[in-house]
Design a protein around this ligand. Structure first.
Ligand code: HMG
Ligand code: MG
Length: 302
């Protein structure tokens, strides 16, 4: 029997780099994106059109996009928080970006910290952005942050996650990525959450976005596979963290996910683990940061 295809959305250039303190030249960010695409990553989140006062590291996204060398099989997306972000994106022509991601949260406390508004008000702000993007031919993905724990208000009720996910689907998102922003989730809590969200939204429309703070990312992905989820976000070299989630580390490392799926009944056939691991080392060296991918370290021990 042939393995079932898994989609990995490589979020390193966005979620990974947004939290870095030092200035990273646009050429380095574009180089990261281009290396990932050449290593066989077919979905890459390339940056964000957010307020530079909120997330200074993403300020140069327009310039980064202009330096992308589009690979035929790779789809490139960016985060957009409001109509200004969308306007800035569509002003770029030609552009390799075929998709935007809009984002909100399961708690008001996190939505206020991250986007200066409540969940309900954020959904109101995002609905016209999603509609306008779709009218321009862009696909729209949704994110719900803090699906397990909120750094400001604690344990999150899965029913809240289900409600917000449904709202994003209703406004035209083809998929909603469920963010364990803090990375406290375990196979048990992730399963409980997915069971609840699954009452309203089928697994083909869900993705797992698991930060690896407690080292549970790979385990949580395998728990999610049992619930029918086939799309996962990951970050090369385990880059990243959310500026509005103090202490949270990066996403589960892309290398770790690719290695864990090897020989299973699931696969990401086009992604080349060795090449991705090289990219993980390259960007870790350039940023002078620790490579937090266990698999990356094991493959290219030095
Ligand atoms: P606000 O301050 O309420 O916005 O921020 P505003 O509309 O009042 O505008 C304030 C200023 O920002 C104005 O400039 C606007 O022009 C400017 P001024 O007149 O003061 O000079 N501005 C913009 N500039 C550039 N691009 C824009 C934009 N919008 C306004 N799009 C806002 C509200 C949503 C804009 C702000 O809170 C924001 O940008 N937040 C984004 C925060 C962010 O990017 N967080 C990280 C990504 S989410 C994440 O990491 C979680 C995820 O990974 C999943 C998970 O792990 O949970 C996805
Ligand atoms: Mg994230």
């Amino acid at each position: 029997p042939t393995a079932k295809p898994i989609t990995i959305v490589e979020v390193g250039p966005r979620d990974g780099l947004q939290n870095e303190k030092g200035v990273i030249p646009a050429s380095v960010k574009a180089d990261l994106i281009n290396r990932l695409a050449r290593a066989g990553m077919w979905h890459i989140e390339a940056g964000s059109f957010v307020s530079p006062k909120w997330v200074p590291q993403m300020a140069g996204t327009a310039e980064v996009i202009s330096m992308i060398d589009p690979q035929p099989n790779t789809q490139y997306s960016v985060l957009v928080p409001n109509s200004k972000g969308l306007a800035d994106l569509v002003a770029i022509s030609p552009s390799p970006i075929s998709e935007i991601a809009i984002f909100t949260a399961a708690t008001d406390a996190f939505a206020l910290a991250n986007t200066n508004t409540t969940v309900a008000a954020s959904l109101e702000r995002l609905a016209p952005v999603a509609a306008a993007a779709r009218a321009q031919g862009l696909r729209v993905r949704g994110y719900v942050s803090v699906v397990i724990t909120c750094p400001y208000s604690g344990k999150v009720d899965p029913a809240r996650v289900r409600h917000v996910t449904q709202e994003l689907i209703n406004m035209g998102c083809y998929e909603v990525s469920l963010g364990d922003t803090v990375g406290t989730g375990t196979p048990a809590t992730i399963s409980t959450m997915l069971e609840e969200v699954g009452k309203s939204v089928p697994p083909e429309k869900l993705a797992g976005h698991y930060h690896d703070t407690f080292g549970m990312g790979v385990a949580n992905i395998f728990a999610s596979l049992k619930h029918g989820i086939r799309t996962f976000d990951a970050s090369v070299g385990g880059l990243g963290g959310c500026p509005y989630s103090p202490g949270a580390t990066g996403n589960v490392a892309t290398e770790d996910v690719l290695y864990a799926l090897r020989g299973s009944s699931y696969e990401v056939a086009h992604a080349d683990l060795d090449e991705v691991a090289k990219v993980g080392w390259w960007i870790s060296d350039v940023l002078a940061r620790q490579n937090t991918s266990r698999v990356g370290k094991a493959l290219w021990a030095r």
